[in-house]
Design a protein. Structure first.
Length: 250
């Protein structure tokens, strides 16, 4: 789009800069004023922010108002809430893609398909206009899918081994799924907690009884490590029914 309108501003570098910044920040023309959303911006404030002469700001507005084609574009710009810098504080991930050929169709669709296959949700996608940016990028803000998984039974191999050998079974809960979800290729920085429970005496117990004790401790402990992942306290019989995808338990 920019290549279709830049000739209106090429003669005056400051006007060109102002027009580009208006598109970058979603600043629109409304009647005789500049607006960011519904917030009115004075010519002098724009001049200071963009480090240009105030007269250049006024002249840019006049050029846009005189050209019906430009006015249709610059009166309909909308600011975007960019989540890139917010993501680390919300424990979300950010994927930055610099395509070799930004004009190639289907880049976003292909990336979105790969991310979805790993049970990761895309909260926001920002795609630079390859005609506007010198090095266009695709920025995706992601987070693990917040839904809950279907019931997954605990395997009993460890419990059977403990019963046959008379050994203790040691339950371990780990919240690595918070930073590295199951089957995901995206990892986020942070601290993984490995919680080791009290040894469970297998003597005089069946493998099912040992497995039930291990499951009960792990599921109860996971609700302490990651309470936001669960609907309520652990209830025997539900097991991992409310464990979120990617939550590790051993």
């Amino acid at each position: 789009m920019w290549k279709q309108i830049e000739h209106y501003f090429n003669e005056y570098p400051q006007r060109k800069k102002i027009a580009q910044k208006m598109m970058e920040y979603g600043i629109r023309i409304h009647t005789n004023s500049f607006r960011c959303g519904e917030i009115e911006l004075s010519d002098s404030k724009i001049a200071r922010a963009f480090q240009v002469d105030r007269r250049a700001v006024t002249a840019t507005r006049d050029v846009i108002k005189k050209e019906p084609g430009l006015l249709k574009i610059f009166s309909n710009l909308t600011p975007t809430c960019h989540l890139k810098d917010v993501a680390p504080h919300m424990n979300w991930g950010v994927i930055e893609i610099i395509p070799v050929d930004p004009s190639m169709p289907g880049i976003l669709a292909q990336v979105a398909s790969i991310i979805a296959s790993h049970n990761i949700s895309i909260r926001q996608a920002i795609v630079d206009d390859f005609e506007f940016s010198e090095e266009p990028r695709v920025l995706l803000t992601t987070c693990p899918h917040e839904g809950y998984s279907s019931t997954r039974r605990y395997k009993t191999g460890g419990a059977r081994l403990a019963v046959r050998t008379g050994a203790f079974a040691v339950p371990i809960a780990v919240n690595s799924g918070e930073l590295w979800p199951r089957n995901a290729f995206i990892r986020r920085p942070g601290t993984i907690t490995v919680s080791i429970g009290p040894p469970i005496d297998s003597r005089g117990k069946s493998a099912d009884e040992v497995a039930a004790a291990v499951e009960s401790w792990i599921e109860t402990e996971m609700r302490r490590l990651a309470p936001h992942r669960y609907n309520g306290p652990y209830v025997r019989g539900q097991g991992a029914a409310t464990r979120a995808p990617g939550e590790g338990a051993a």
